[in-house]
Design a protein. Structure first.
Lengths: 93, 146
């Protein structure tokens, strides 16, 4: 599967995940596409959807925390309305 | 003053002293909200750049959207400090071990991270797309403080 195809699959997954969690994808679709591509590149290279905005340590246990959706995203959504890489955002009232 | 009061007074003064020494020894918090943390030994590649200069490290990765968004802000600052003894360096952690080592030394876990280094090695970090005025204040602080 090429990266663009993988990115599209990731975007579809992210949309489903957001709906299930009561959040949404960032309304800035260009941004979503950029992050999805970053995730696809890392999935292709490392086998997992590691966040493209976080630094991998090389320690598999530690790096598990940054597989999208990362362990930090809920706190970030609460604090800033968006996760660090700006893939997910809270729903606008 | 009773013996008990004296002991309490000495204890409070001692606690305050420890607190002051601790704070001044580790970090100085500016009015701009950033802080310069000391106690980090710069890796050779960074200390070679310092040589009595203020250094700004821009830590990035491939496929990181905010890194690309921040790049023009860095370029703008770089042009503002052209010829002013301020060195800007980009370390892409995907490029090589040296960049990874620099990121690790400064505890970088997310990108982009911009780090302003004073001449004494103390570092102020800015994670994500930064406010140019805040980073400019940190650079000016770094240039004038040490």
């Amino acid at each position: 599967m090429d990266v663009d195809e993988q990115a599209k699959k990731i975007k579809d997954w992210a949309k489903r995940y957001a709906e299930k969690q009561g959040i949404q994808l960032n309304p800035d679709e260009e941004r979503v596409d950029e992050v999805a591509k970053g995730l696809a590149v890392r999935q292709e290279k490392f086998g997992k959807r590691y966040c493209p905005c976080r630094v991998m340590t090389g320690d598999a246990k530690e790096d598990r925390k940054i597989i999208c959706p990362c362990v930090y995203h809920e706190e970030e959504l609460k604090a800033h309305g968006m996760c660090h890489c700006k893939l997910f955002s809270t729903k606008e009232e | 003053m009773s013996r008990e009061s004296s002991i309490r007074f000495v204890a409070v003064v001692a606690a305050l002293c420890v607190l002051c020494v601790g704070v001044s020894g580790c970090a100085s918090i500016s009015s701009g909200g950033y802080e310069f943390k000391s106690g980090i030994t710069p890796p050779a590649v960074v200390s070679n750049l310092m040589q009595n200069k203020t250094v700004v490290l821009f830590i990035t990765q491939n496929n990181c959207p905010d890194c690309e968004q921040t790049r023009p802000l860095i370029a703008n600052l770089q042009s503002q400090y052209s010829g002013e003894n301020v060195t800007f360096v980009n370390f892409n952690v995907n490029d090589n071990m040296t960049s990874q080592s620099v990121a690790k030394t400064y505890g970088v876990t997310s990108t982009p991270t911009t780090i302003v280094l004073r001449k004494d090695g103390a570092a102020a970090s800015f994670v994500g797309v930064f406010d140019p005025n805040t980073v400019k204040s940190a650079i000016d602080d770094a240039r004038t403080t040490y």
